[in-house]
Design a protein around this ligand. Structure first.
Ligand SMILES: [Zn+2]
Length: 773
């Protein structure tokens, strides 16, 4: 009362009583408030609801509300009570952001209305407008006229309208009088019109400007255009520069000149503008599931009965039901999903796995296929836990995760989201202290104790493979049992690998048996030393990869196009929610658009193929370590599957939690890209010599399909259509036979190729002396 005496004018009555009601009310009548008895007992009431009801003595009971023209009192009371108390605790920005999160969660095209039509709170949407949007309007007013004039205007408005009905027009008149500004446009835009501005930051550019930097950016308004003051901050190496821009059009370019190297631009970081939030500011929270107009409850394969109450309540709110096996891999996100059970297979299909805590829990996550939609994962130990806690979640709308034990809240958390609309500018220069450079042996001393050591390679670079071998030898010499996991071999060929390592078959049979040349194709000399070493030391080599045919199919038509049998052969757990990884893959996808098969592709399918590939390799690593708990594993894979841990490492860690180290070769230094980046010495490699012919294979015959430029085979007289019968008397039936024969030869060596040539008088065999290139 003292606070408001000072801020607004003296308390209008002679007494004030707090009255308990047996009903759960929150009313303010002249001289008293009627609060529910359950509520009065709560420890936080004096500094939340009670202050709000006290302030209604002024707004509602001293100045009446002209309901026909819109209830302004809830917005103003929330602004000067609830928000003010949070500001005193340093939480004002968060409180305003939460109001906007609520607005965006609950208000949609169908239920939105302008503030002039707000009478009282009927549901979540009307509350988000009448309280939430209205408090933001007062925030903008305060920013526009300044704090002193704001309170002066409020005092004037209160004094002028004692014991009479007042409307937004009276508030407008009071502010105009005190500030000497014309506020018609402001009030008609925010009070008479529905909706909020939807602002987007685009075309952000930095360039030097004298000794400073110019940051240029464009603000786009999608949908209705609003006129507003937009605060923008640029953070630089010298601190922060703030500016307020007057926004008037659908698309406007602005510039700021700042000292120091600018590293980040942030639009409205203080949530001073009533606006829609950008995707990165909008955390997945329970409110978004409550506010979604369309919801589907996903039943688990068994045990649905314990969720009876969840199903009944949401069905009552219009949700429909679906069996778990009717949900597709690409869940289009046309509805919010309520998944029952953390072990529901749909959870595995979207997120790999999630951790559910407590007797009953709700976890809200973004739908990875449509980030504007959320998925709620409901998990419970028993029906009793559900019944004790479920109804309470509607009071926890602002949280991303909540848990309860016997109906008592034990955990609550809001996911991180950015503050303001942000964009990175120039990252601070990174640096390595040369004095601290380490050698491979230093690195090995560091990582040798890890359960899994990932080594990234560029497939065609010899030094990378030499170093992989060095790492393997180092670990093997330490005496702990190790295994080598290789991306280069596909899982169905594990037996062939075992036979080769076990000495049961030779190299030629091994290469044919694993279909190495067809399925991997890089010069075998690159990998040969590693496999020879593994064979001589009996180190198991594990085929990590998925059969190429399945990846190709997914790449062309998506996971949903796989047959039921194929679906059973792929990992049940697949996590599509690593957004940073998705963005990096999208860049790769767009950069390779010129390649024919990517051009025709669809990014979602490309992304699914990548994740399927990664998850399969992760599953292979995990399966081996489960059956060989004492082993350590070295995983050899392309760097792209290892950077930032996104491809394989995090997916293995999700499965088994083992510690690991990531070693990459020769990649750009970036924060968190790996544990170590290695720079191996250049070393000349050995490669197989070439016949310089294009071959095709059919029914046990290898035919020349063409010649590259400057082919010595062509000069020796060979022709398109010739069928190669032998090379130096070795019979040739497949392209593998050719490649295996060449593996043992050197450049410049002369070989005798016997070929069958069709002529008018039938076929004849001819011999050619070819110099290998
Ligand atoms: Zn109120």
């Amino acid at each position: 009362m003292e606070l408001y005496d000072h801020l607004i004018g003296s308390f209008p009555y002679k007494r004030f009583s707090i009255v308990e009601n047996f009903l759960p009310t929150g009313y303010s009548m002249p001289t008293y408030t009627l609060l529910g008895q359950e509520v009065v007992r709560l420890p936080f009431i004096p500094e939340t609801s009670l202050g709000h009801e006290v302030l209604h003595q002024w707004f509602g009971n001293l100045v009446y509300i002209d309901y026909a023209k819109g209830n302004w009192a809830e917005g103003l009371t929330t602004f000067l009570a609830d928000l003010l108390y949070q500001e005193e605790k340093g939480r004002g920005v968060e409180y305003r952001k939460e109001s906007l999160i609520n607005y965006q969660s609950y208000v949609n095209e169908k239920n939105e209305f302008p503030l002039k039509d707000f009478r009282e709170r009927r549901d979540y949407a009307s509350e988000a407008i009448g309280y939430g949007k209205a408090l933001m309007v007062f925030q903008m007013l305060k920013k526009m006229v300044g704090e002193e004039r704001f309170y002066e205007s409020i005092r004037y408005f209160t004094e002028e309208n004692r014991f009479r009905k007042a409307s937004w027009e009276d508030i407008c008149r009071a502010f105009e009088k005190i500030s000497q500004k014309n506020l018609d446009l402001f009030f008609s835009q925010w009070i008479d019109r529905e909706g909020l501005p939807d602002l987007h930051l685009e075309e952000v550019k930095v360039k030097p400007s004298g000794a400073e930097f110019e940051v240029a950016f464009t603000v786009i308004q999608k949908g209705k255009v609003f006129i507003l003051d937009l605060p923008v901050v640029v953070y630089s190496s010298l601190g922060k520069a703030t500016n307020v821009f007057h926004l008037q059009r659908e698309k406007e370019e602005f510039k700021m000149v700042v000292g120091g190297v600018p590293d980040r631009i942030v639009v409205d970081e203080g949530y001073d503008v009533a606006r829609m939030l950008s995707l990165n500011e909008f955390p997945p929270v329970i409110a978004r599931l409550i506010g979604d107009e369309k919801r589907v409850i996903v039943l688990p394969p068994s045990g649905a009965e314990i969720y009876e109450q969840v199903v009944d309540v949401w069905k009552g709110k219009g949700a429909s039901l679906s069996d778990w096996d009717r949900i597709k891999y690409i869940e289009p996100g046309t509805s919010g999903l309520l998944i029952l059970g953390a072990d529901n297979p749909v959870v595995a299909k979207l997120y790999g796995s999630v951790t559910a805590r407590g007797g009953f829990s709700v976890l809200i996550k973004e739908n990875p296929w449509n980030r504007w939609k959320v998925v709620g994962i409901f998990n419970a130990r028993s029906k009793k836990e559900v019944d004790a806690a479920f109804q309470k979640i509607f009071h926890y709308g602002k949280y991303s995760a909540v848990s309860f034990d016997h109906g008592v809240n034990t955990y609550k958390e809001i996911d991180q989201s950015t503050r303001g609309i942000t964009e990175e500018l120039l990252k601070e220069t990174i640096s390595v202290e040369i004095r601290t450079l380490k050698t491979l042996s230093d690195v090995m001393a560091h990582v040798a104790g890890k359960k899994i050591i990932y080594v990234g390679e560029t497939h065609y670079l010899f030094p990378d493979h030499v170093m992989e071998l060095e790492i393997i030898i180092d670990l093997h010499k330490r005496g702990r049992p190790i295994a080598i996991g290789m991306e280069m071999f596909q899982r169905p060929f594990q037996k062939v690998l075992d036979d080769y390592i076990g000495g049961k078959i030779g190299e030629a049979e091994f290469l044919r048996g694993t279909e190495y040349f067809k399925r991997w194709g890089f010069d075998y000399h690159l990998y040969r030393p590693i496999l020879l070493y593994a064979r001589s030391e009996k180190i198991p080599v594990i085929a990590l990869n998925i059969p190429q045919e399945i990846v190709d199919q997914v790449f062309r038509s998506g996971l949903d196009s796989l047959s039921e049998k194929e679906k059973k052969s792929i990992p049940a757990q697949m996590d599509f929610s690593d957004e940073a990884y998705k963005q990096r893959l999208r860049k790769v996808f767009l950069e390779h658009r010129d390649i024919e098969n990517i051009k025709t592709g669809n990014f979602d399918f490309f992304y699914q193929a990548q994740i399927l590939w990664d998850e399969t390799m992760a599953e292979s690593v995990d399966q081996f370590l489960r059956t060989h708990p004492n082993d350590q594993m070295v995983v050899l894979a392309g760097s792209g599957h290892l950077t930032y841990g996104s491809g394989i490492p995090k997916r293995v860690a999700r499965r088994n939690g083992y510690d690991h180290a990531i070693l990459l070769n020769n990649v750009d230094l970036k924060r968190e890209i790996a544990d170590f980046v290695l720079f191996p010495e250049a070393i000349p490699g050995v490669t197989s010599p070439m016949l310089m012919v294009f071959l095709k294979e059919e029914a046990g015959k290898v035919e020349i399909a063409g010649f590259p430029q400057n082919s010595l085979s062509e000069k020796a007289g060979m022709k398109v259509g010739d069928i190669i019968v032998t090379i130096d008397r070795t019979p040739i039936h497949t392209i593998d036979d050719v490649k295996i024969d060449l593996l043992a030869r050197k450049k410049g060596e002369k070989v005798k190729v016997r070929a069958l040539r069709k002529g008018l008088l039938g076929s004849k065999e001819m011999d050619f002396d070819v110099v290998l290139q």
